[in-house]
Design a binder for this molecule. Structure first.
Ligand code: NDP
Length: 259
């Protein structure tokens, strides 16, 4: 359990769900972890839980709004003050905005892009100068299978997630000569509050849940810990030649041909 020893990691949206699982897994692998989260109460609760579970864990919760570049810069400064320069950034914070394209409000469009794409760029921009200077760093962007495939009624979330893949590839290529790797993870359905909120918004939540479980070839949805394992791998020195790439975690659903 020392695959991230001596590394400092900052995870956005780490108060709950996939981000919290990544923070836990990073701490278990020896990283110092900053939970950069909009809801400071959930971040502090998760930080306390990690500190209680892992002896000598180095964890810090910092109130952060990824839509505001100054807020993300401040979180990176806090991380540096507490633990040293950030070696690993996970841009995980994200929201679902699912609307009909032509009746969607301008505010919905902006809210989606502000969190799901600007938020990722704000994170990258805050850590890249330091990583470039030290000629070392790993950025992991949490995209989605919506970055490759479109489900009707989910606009404009997939547009922003396609952008996350574009950003990952562009920055991965731009800074490869500086030994900074930028990769993405594309999860399929993962059981978090986000998924429960979506089921609960459907006319028959239980039927929606059952339908979701029927979709993937493995007949189940993923767990946040299953995304976290891949984030550990991409963040670690076990993936030194993986760059500008994306790993899909969906039990094979994206590869399934629907007849
Ligand atoms: P959750 O909603 O459970 O967690 C997201 C976290 O991000 C929340 O703690 C939320 O805080 C925080 N957050 C939201 N807006 C901001 C912001 N502006 N600044 C900082 N933090 C913010 O989501 P998941 O864990 O399910 O999703 C995590 C990522 O994975 C997202 O990028 C999502 O798009 C992606 N994903 C999820 C899938 C799934 O099936 N769950 C599938 C594919 C991709 P608050 O509680 O205050 O809103």
């Amino acid at each position: 359990m020392n695959r991230l020893t001596d590394k400092v990691a900052l995870v956005t949206g780490a108060g709950r769900g996939i981000g919290a699982a990544i923070a836990r897994a990073f701490a278990a692998e020896g990283a110092a972890v900053v939970l950069a989260e909009l809801d400071i109460a959930t971040a502090q609760a998760t930080a306390r839980e990690i500190a209680g579970a892992i002896g000598n864990a180095k964890v810090l919760a910092v109130q952060t709004d990824v839509t505001q570049s100054a807020s993300v810069q401040a979180a990176v400064s806090e991380a540096q003050k507490a633990f040293g320069p950030v070696d690993v950034l996970v841009n995980n914070a994200g929201i679902n905005v699912f609307a009909d394209p032509l009746t969607m409000t301008d505010d919905d469009w902006r809210r989606c892009f502000a969190v799901d794409l600007d938020g990722v760029w704000n994170g990258c921009r805050a850590v890249l100068p330091g990583m470039i200077e030290r000629r070392a760093g790993s950025i992991v962007n949490i995209a989605s299978t919506h970055a490759f495939q479109i489900i009707p009624g989910c606009f404009p979330y997939p547009v922003a997630k396609h952008g996350v893949i574009g950003l990952t590839r562009a920055l991965g290529i731009e800074y490869a000569p500086k030994n900074v790797r930028v990769n993405a993870i594309a999860p399929g359905y993962i059981e978090t509050q986000l998924t429960h909120d979506w089921w609960n918004a459907q006319p028959d939540p239980e039927a929606a849940r059952r339908a979701t479980l029927e979709l993937p070839p493995m007949k189940r949805i993923g767990k946040p810990e299953e995304v976290a394992m891949t984030a550990v791998f991409l963040a670690s020195d076990e993936a030194p030649f993986i760059n500008a790439s994306c790993i899909t975690i969906d039990g094979g659903r994206t590869a399934l041909h629907h007849e």
